[in-house]
Design a protein around this ligand. Structure first.
Ligand code: DX5
Ligand code: ZN
Length: 220
């Protein structure tokens, strides 16, 4: 299973140092939470931060758009260095049209579902998605508690993907930490996003990543 740190809680005054340490610690990609103040209350960052990350690392840049009408930003994000773009099912009028645009730009397509959105809503799109992001907290903030019913959703989605013979990757985002990562891995996640557990004051990202990885190797 892969671990993508989310920079939502990173100390931006130490962006370079923190990213380099996360890379040394074995991060598999960098998760970038773009919030627009409409789909979710906070506003975060956009193209310049993606550009900066692109200049700092060769790791995949996984853009999670918590944004209404995301189509207007897709091209800029891809030019800036995005590797995959996630859009929210709940934010879209025409899911297929937006996914077409992402695919046409040559990056990986990903669809996110909020905790209250049922897995079945993703079924019409599964065959054409590189990734599904299951939110295991309400989107908008780092440091929230993992919603336990997400485990059933991961399991159900994993079965569906396997039964259909698809290769869609399951990403789980929110509340993943040393206590929850093992059950998330066992339920069938291919990628977990880990935010506040990786980027926190006084602890090096590489140390947190090592502890998280240890949890997915053993059963403790
Ligand atoms: C929340 C974001 C998450 C967030 C996760 O809306 O999508 O990516 O950074 O943070 P933690 O790991 O602290 O729950
Ligand atoms: Zn996210």
């Amino acid at each position: 299973m892969h671990i993508y740190p989310s920079i939502l809680t990173i100390d931006f005054s130490k962006l370079e140092e923190q990213i380099e340490d996360a890379v040394r610690g074995g991060a598999d990609g960098i998760h970038v939470d773009v919030m627009d103040g409409q789909f979710v209350p906070p506003i975060t960052f956009g193209t310049p931060i993606i550009q900066a990350l692109h200049s700092l690392t060769d790791l995949p840049l996984d853009i999670h758009m918590m944004v209404v009408n995301p189509d207007r930003f897709l091209e800029d994000f891809v030019t800036a260095g995005a590797t995959s773009i996630t859009v929210h099912y709940e934010a879209l009028d025409r899911v297929d049209t937006t996914l077409d645009k992402i695919a046409d730009l040559g990056v990986k397509t990903s669809l996110a579902l909020n905790p209250e959105t049922t897995i079945e809503k993703s079924y019409p799109y599964l065959h054409r998605l590189d990734q599904i992001l299951l939110m295991s907290v309400k989107p908008g903030y780092g440091g929230q508690s993992f919603i336990k019913s997400s485990l059933d959703k991961i399991h159900q989605l994993k079965n569906k993907i396997t039964n259909e013979g698809l290769e869609t990757v399951i990403q789980v985002d929110g509340g993943v930490n040393l206590k929850t990562i093992t059950s998330v891995a066992e339920a069938g996640a291919d990628i977990v996003v880990a935010g506040s557990v990786v980027f926190q004051p006084e602890v090096k990202p590489s140390e947190s990543l090592k502890l998280l990885k240890d949890k997915t190797r053993s059963n403790n």
